[in-house]
Design a protein around this ligand. Structure first.
Ligand code: ADP
Length: 531
């Protein structure tokens, strides 16, 4: 199964239209962020002491989170091959990697500046990173959903990653080595100049454009979460550049960084929960598929084995009769009457074989079942009449307790009659060779929950000596000439009719087979309409 098949619409949940619950969650989160902003605002301008040490940790967290987000977006791209998703992945990669030179050039973080003494470089890198990311989001919002051709994803991802790495390295090198020529955003290590105000203003403008474009588009859940990201980034820049008085490392500045982390984590969290959901669904559907295949296999094996078994008997008889017929004809004085009789038996055995095949098909093909309202008492009477001779020969006393007011059931008469025949045959078999009296009792009664209950009890060999749990499995048999198909058929048929079939011990010995079927909801006459 491909990820494209995961939802009814053929899309993974993240790129499918936004769900109401997600919209609500996004709105709640935005409200929470505004609340946190109001709490932090009064303390925003207070400076903090020696918090430079936290900067590398902050930058590492941003790097890891944004790299992971980018990797997951690339994975999503490799499935959907969508251009906008690739652009967004590149945007996250760019933003994450740019956090490295930003931290390395930050004044006061390292005793020996790793990338040289560069007062303006940090601000320039921050400006490029800050203005770059919303541009990628805007690109994501306006790019058409045209897909890349299949098979090209890997190469495109490799090219994109190496492209971003090259651009960031070049940018860093140009910026750091030309610190004097850079715009003078900083007066000193902590305070910005008047020139800086253009950066947050432009960033806010870009965030707003992104928000409007995504809001107009709102094609997917990802769009909604990107709107929350832009909103969070807007709060971040307001805290860092306005509310904190643009004083580096102040309470407001750090609060802004916290918002930055929150916004970086948002899409990652959504992507991770998406990946978990998709994985769980895949695992479940693989399991279901495996189970279905196993069931199909078992049913197929059962079907072919039973066809072989049931058809073999008439075939063997046909061969015997054909040989006998030939012998009658090959005599010096051919016995036409005997040959005719043999041919007659071949014809009737042929009909029997064909009936067997039809019967087996009726057992298995659910769609081919014709259902009609029927009285189980009548079916039982028919079966017992058919088995009368066999029961008499086995010296079995058959008694019945059939409920007079038994509701009708809606079912396939052929299948249900076959079920009762199998159960009665089994009971007769189980009483072979046990001392007299041999008794079989068939009972019908109304059962709980509007069901009809049928019980076939015998005082035969019982189930104690055999594997009770396996008697309904295909091929389980304790009889020398048994196929172990009968009870499997019975259970399949009864369950296909919405009922249950089970076995228990009889007292003092023997077995009881019981099945329930749902009673028809309509009266017998009206029930004709159920068909
Ligand atoms: P088969 O009759 O070909 O053996 P079934 O599926 O009908 O196949 O039965 C499976 C096994 O269940 C039988 O071989 C027998 O051991 C056991 N069984 C079925 N009915 C009874 C019964 N009434 N009493 C004791 N054992 C039974």
């Amino acid at each position: 199964m491909s990820a494209n098949e995961l939802t009814p619409g053929g899309l993974s949940p993240l790129v499918s239209p936004p769900a109401r619950s997600q919209l609500r969650l996004a709105a709640c989160l935005s409200a929470l962020l505004i609340g946190a902003l109001l709490v932090a605002a009064p303390y925003a301008r207070q400076p903090t002491v020696n918090t430079e040490a936290l900067l590398p940790a902050y930058a590492s967290a941003v790097l890891v989170i944004e790299l992971l987000t980018s990797a997951l977006l690339m994975a999503l791209f490799s499935v959907h091959r969508s251009r906008p998703i690739l652009l967004l992945a590149v945007g996250y990669l760019f933003s994450g990697i740019m956090a490295v030179p930003w931290a390395l050039t930050f004044p006061g973080v390292f005793d020996e500046p790793v990338l040289g003494d560069a007062l303006q470089s940090t601000a320039s890198i921050a400006a490029i990173r800050r203005l770059g990311f919303p541009l990628f989001v805007i690109g994501y919002a306006v790019l058409s959903d045209r897909k890349f051709p299949p098979g090209s994803a890997r190469r495109i991802i490799l090219l994109s990653v190496s492209g971003v790495l090259t651009i960031v390295s070049l940018l860093t090198w140009v910026i750091v080595s030309n610190d004097d020529a850079l715009p003078k955003f900083m007066i000193d290590a902590r305070n910005v100049s008047g020139l800086w105000r253009f950066v947050p203003a432009t960033a806010i403008g870009l965030y707003l454009i992104g928000l409007i474009l995504l809001g107009l588009r709102r094609r997917s859940m990802l769009d909604i979460w990107l709107m929350v990201v832009l909103f969070t980034l807007m709060i971040e820049i307001m805290l860092i550049s306005y509310i904190s008085g643009a004083i580096r490392l102040s309470v407001g500045w750090w609060a802004g960084r916290f918002y930055g982390l929150a916004s970086a984590s948002l899409v990652l969290l959504v992507l991770l929960s998406e990946a978990t959901t998709v994985h769980a669904r895949l695992a479940l559907s693989v399991l279901a598929e495996r189970r279905a295949r196993q069931n199909r296999l078992t049913a197929m094996e059962a079907l072919s084995a039973s066809i072989a078994h049931e058809v073999n008997q008439p075939l063997a008889s046909m061969v015997t009769n054909a040989s006998a017929g030939l012998r009658w004809l090959e005599r010096d004085q051919p016995r036409i009457d005997e040959a005719k009789a043999a041919l007659g038996r071949i014809v009737s055995e042929g009909h029997r074989a064909s009936k067997v095949v039809t019967g087996i098909r009726t057992m298995f093909l659910k769609g081919a079942q014709e259902r009609e309202p029927l009285n189980l008492n009548d079916l039982i009477e028919t079966v017992l009449a058919q088995c009368e001779t066999e029961a008499r020969l086995g010296r079995i006393t058959v008694s019945t307790a059939l409920a007079n007011d038994l509701p009708h059931v809606v079912g396939n008469p052929l299948q249900l009659q076959q079920v009762i025949t199998n159960l009665v045959d089994n009971a007769i078999d189980a009483m072979r060779g046990i001392p007299d009296p041999r008794q079989m009792r068939v009972t019908t009664q109304c059962h709980e929950f509007g069901e009809v209950l049928v019980m076939i009890a015998d005082n035969g060999a019982g189930l104690a000596a055999i594997d009770k749990d396996r008697i309904f499995d295909p091929f389980y048999t304790t009889k020398p000439d048994g196929m172990g198909m009968g009870l499997m058929f019975c259970r399949t048929a009864i369950e296909a009719h919405g009922g249950r079939l089970w076995a228990s011990d009889n007292t003092p010995h023997g077995a009881v087979f019981q099945f329930t079927l749902p009673a028809a909801l309509t009266k017998p006459n009206d029930a004709e309409l159920v068909r």
